[in-house]
Design a protein around this ligand. Structure first.
Ligand SMILES: Nc1nc2c(ncn2[C@@H]2O[C@H](COP(=O)(O)OP(=O)(O)OP(=O)(O)O)[C@@H](O)[C@H]2O)c(=O)[nH]1
Ligand SMILES: [Mg+2]
Length: 238
């Protein structure tokens, strides 16, 4: 609970057996979380067993993809405050408090992993990945008249239920470029959106999205095309 409001944390999980239990325990350990919901995206390792050994709620998502898993969790969420995160050790449960404090004044709080001082040694945030993230975030910021944005891939975000419910049924990106669509929808429905720096730690387990340079570049291009296409579509509403 935070100021009389219920708090749920959603983790998308695809083969995260190494870090999932620790992530669940850490978030419950903050004392602010009423429920952790983990969306198992057809994991083939021991992720399911690890989740079931905790008090987290287990959901199964058949459709593969980072966006599909997150969307499933967001549609199931019922709390006043909903937080999304990854169970791969890259985020610190301590940062939940930062997001909650901002939620007193904002509807949506985006984390950013591109603040140099908060990037831990060994974290997967190369110079190129950092600059690429900032550049794509600036494109989104300027085209959609958003707040200062410096990251388009950070899963650690907070959103109030009323804002989420106004667009959750329209989320359609099932793949790894889910975040720009989520961010655009937030910016379009609320003036009270802010981005804050969060800690970015080394990963536990195997990287699935930005671990290789070619995958990261391809994802960056997909995000740019998505942002441009969405901006054009907003000029000609159906
Ligand atoms: N890639 C991928 N991730 C999924 C899927 N379903 C759920 N996830 C989860 O989504 C999160 C993002 O994937 P990551 O592999 O951590 O990708 P990333 O955060 O861009 O980069 P690294 O943390 O450096 O690997 C993780 O928690 C995954 O377990 C899926 O189908 N594909
Ligand atoms: Mg990750």
């Amino acid at each position: 609970m935070w100021n009389e409001q219920t708090v749920q944390v959603i983790f998308p999980a695809f083969n995260e057996e190494e870090g999932i239990r620790r992530a669940i325990t850490d978030f419950y350990g903050t004392g602010f979380v009423d429920e952790v919901i983990v969306v198992d995206n057809k994991s083939t390792d021991g992720t399911r067993e690890e989740i079931l050994a905790t008090s987290a709620t287990y959901l199964f998502e058949e459709q593969p993809g980072y966006g599909a898993a997150l969307t499933r969790g967001l549609r199931a969420a019922t709390a006043d405050i909903i937080v999304t995160c990854e169970p791969d050790g890259t985020f610190s449960a301590k940062d939940l408090l930062k997001l909650l404090i901002y939620s007193d004044d904002y509807d949506v709080v985006f984390g950013t992993r591109t603040s140099k001082a908060a990037i831990w040694s060994g974290a997967n945030m190369s110079w190129l990945l950092r600059i690429g993230n900032v550049a794509v975030a600036k494109l989104l910021e300027y085209l959609f008249n958003g707040p200062c944005l410096t990251d388009v891939g950070c899963t650690l975000k907070l959103i109030k239920r009323d804002v989420l419910k106004s667009f959750v049924d329209r989320l359609s990106v099932t793949g790894s470029h889910f975040q720009p669509q989520f961010m655009i929808m937030c910016i379009r429905v609320s003036q009270k959106v802010i981005e804050i720096p969060v800690e970015y730690l080394p990963r536990t387990g195997v990287s699935k999205i930005t671990g290789s340079l070619s995958k990261a570049v391809r994802l960056g291009c997909t995000m740019i095309l998505f942002i441009l296409k969405t901006r054009v579509q907003t000029l000609f509403p159906r």
